[in-house]
Structures are given as C-alpha cells and as structure tokens.
Design a protein around this ligand. Structure first.
Ligand code: BGC
Length: 260
C-alpha cells in the first residue's frame, strides 16, 4: 500500500491503537499529524517512531498537535494547524475515544457528556472541518472512524459508549452518501477487544479476561497492529470504491454464539 505524498491526521495517537495506526501509515509513506490531549510524551514517542518508520523516505514527516477532541474549538484549530503545517490534509482517522463503566442509573451528566463529546461530537466536527478544507482545495479525501463492535453489540454498563458508537455508525452511512460527490469516502473500523490502555483494568483481571477470551473464536485479544493494517488499506487508493461501511476487527467476537 502506497501513501507517499499523502498527509494523515490520527486523533488520539499518543498511545494504543492510534499510535499503531500513525506508525503503520508512515511506513506506507504518509506524513502524520499526531494528536494528543494530555500525553505529550506519548505523542513524542509516536513522532520518533513515525520518523523511523518513514526510513529512507525523505518525504515522511511528523507533527504533533495538542487538542481535546471533546471541544469543537480545539478540533477546528487542530485541522487548521495540520493544514498550515503540511499545506494539505488527505486522510482523517478519528481514533480518539473514551469509555466510562457505570450502572445506567448512576451515569452522571458529566460522564455522559465526556463520552459523547469525544466519541461522537468531536468526530462530527473533525469531519466537518476536514471536509471544508477539501472543498476549498477541491481535493478528494478519506475518513476512517475507529468505532467499536459496540456500534452493534450491546455492552451493559457502557450505555453512553454504545450510544456514541451507534451514532458514529449512522454518521458514517449518512456522510458516505452526502460526501461521495466530493470524492470523499467514509468508513468505520470496529475493533473488538484489543490490548490497549482503554482496557488496562480488564487486562489485569484474570477472571474477567478469561471470560472475555471464551467469547473470542480466534482465542486471543487483538493487537493495535491488527487494526492498523486495515486502516492503511482504507486510507490507500486500493479502497477507492469502498464507502459507507464498517469493518470488524474482533477475532469473531461480534457474531459468536455457542451453547457450550
Ligand atoms: C471497548 C473495550 C472492550 C471491547 C470488547 C471496546 O470497544 O473499548 O473496553 O473490551 O470493546 O468488548
């Protein structure tokens, strides 16, 4: 997959899946805008690996930008900074996400807002700012949203998270149709259980982890690199005819049902 001459912005790329995506896209030749909220040291680590992944390719460069994806003004500034730095932006990967575990009846307005603002509102306005740039410059583009198996699958005690990911599913379908005339494709990648900081608690609880592994037909958790390779395909011209759909990277978790 060749992304030489392209610029990709990956939100939440100071750790986890976002970091792996940034590095993988750089390996394919893209320059990367690395977004972080509160871990500049993570963003610097990504930047170093992006530069190393670019290797001999002089064209590959990286740039870090702080922004809270839950704040629309931050999101708009982030896109403007990316365009100002590289003079172009071709690929937007909406990866940043948060989840909060609570019984439905205990969810506070602040927790609901924290989840919805990053996972849905921030994605909405990041795409909007990206699309304005593409329209102005008359360029095509690729939007890849990192959703979750929970855009389909209920996740008790994570009601706001599920609502946000279900929202991203419909946003993707809607925008795929509305933005197609502009040459912009919009797709979701929906990870299952991946080894990342978002589920540190689960990874450290042998009982919970054992129960989860029983639900995964391929018998292991995913790795950030499992997600990153699919994102690279969706970012490349190889996927030009693909839009409005979700790709699950979940080891078979979503459709697993067994009686014993
Ligand atoms: C969540 C994880 C969860 C996984 C599988 C992901 O979307 O972020 O916390 O383990 O889905 O249920």
């Amino acid at each position: 997959m060749n992304l030489q001459g392209k610029v990709a912005l990956v939100t939440g790329s100071s750790q986890g899946i976002g970091q792996a995506i940034a590095i993988r896209l750089a390996r394919a030749g893209a320059s990367i805008v690395i977004n972080y909220r509160s871990h500049p040291e993570g963003a610097e680590a990504t930047l170093e690996q992006v530069k190393a992944a670019g290797g001999q390719c002089q064209m590959v460069d990286g740039f870090t930008v702080q922004a809270d994806i839950g704040m629309v003004a931050d999101v708009q500034r982030m896109i403007a900074d990316a365009v100002a730095h590289f003079g172009q932006l071709d690929i937007l990967v909406n990866n940043a996400g948060v989840e909060k575990n609570a019984d439905f009846w205990d969810v506070s307005e602040a927790d609901y807002d924290a989840v919805m603002n990053v996972n849905l509102k921030g994605v909405f306005f990041a795409i909007q700012a990206f699309v304005k740039h593409l329209r102005e410059t008359k360029q095509p583009g690729k939007v890849i949203n990192i959703s979750s198996v929970h855009e389909e699958l209920p996740f008790p005690h994570f009601a706001a998270y599920c609502a946000s990911k279900g929202g991203v599913k419909m946003l993707t379908r809607n925008l795929a149709v509305e933005l197609a005339p502009l040459g912009i494709t919009v797709n979701n990648v929906a990870p299952g259980a991946i080894e990342t900081p978002i589920n540190t608690k689960l990874l450290n609880d042998p009982e919970q982890l054992g129960a989860l592994l029983k639900n995964i037909p391929l018998g292991r958790l995913g790795k950030p690199a499992d997600v990153a390779s699919l994102v690279t395909f969706l970012a490349s011209p190889e996927s030009d005819y693909v839009t409005g759909t979700t790709f699950f990277v979940d080891g078979g978790l979503l459709w697993n049902y067994q009686e014993q």
